[in-house]
Design a protein around this ligand. Sequence first.
Ligand SMILES: Nc1ncnc2c1ncn2[C@@H]1O[C@H](COP(=O)(O)OP(=O)(O)OP(=O)(O)O)[C@@H](O)[C@H]1O
Ligand SMILES: [Mg+2]
Length: 231
Amino acid sequence: MNEVHVKTILSARQIIKDYPVPGGASLRILKGIDLEIHASEILAVVGESGAGKSTLLHLLGGLDRPTEGSVAIGNTDISRMNDSEIARFRNRHIGFVFQFHHLLPEFTALENVAMPGLIQRGDPKTLFNKATKLLAEVGLAERTTHKPRELSGGEQQRVAFARALINDPVLVLADEPSGNLDINNSTSLHRLMWKLVREKGCTFLVATHNRELAKEADRRIELSDGRIRIG
Ligand SMILES: Nc1ncnc2c1ncn2[C@@H]1O[C@H](COP(=O)(O)OP(=O)(O)OP(=O)(O)O)[C@@H](O)[C@H]1O
Ligand SMILES: [Mg+2]
């Protein structure tokens, strides 16, 4: 993929998202979102609870489909792909960090980090070496053989972040990555994530309630009443 060389990493056009409500009607959550994300940019998405931040991230990352509109990542229009094509594209090119880490409980930190690469049938030895390095970069060199339940909440999120980076994604999407942490841990997790994405030159889109942290992003957008308000 040569998309990493183009200036716009993600381009969303007129995204509309309706959710069905009982009785056959539907609720319009996103009302026409146009968004361009540039290469190596850190973009924060803020907005009230229920504004549609998670909905937008899921659409941009191909976890869900818009009712109308299109999403292109690099030169690839993911809205035209079928489900298995999207799944493959996502695993290869996009890293996700969720509010609750979604680590696999029966696997070690190292195995969890390597997993998206193993799914891509990458070389296990190379992947475990890379996962070891990533865990060291997030400050968990001493925790590689721990299972998720043996890690603190902040440590679990750092493992999830290392996992998001294993396939050298062009785009990392983080949805309230520190939502279950106290303010000190939340701040240090964000700082760590931003330092690493800057070092690696990834493009990073983060939905957060934390407006102070959002101010440190390169750019900030606010979702309000289904539309983008530039912040
Ligand atoms: N699967 C669904 N079916 C129906 N409605 C949904 C669904 N998912 C989300 N919604 C509705 O869409 C709206 C936006 O939800 P979303 O989770 O995107 O908000 P958010 O901005 O991420 O909020 P928060 O800050 O609380 O995480 C909410 O009002 C929610 O009720
Ligand atoms: Mg949300």
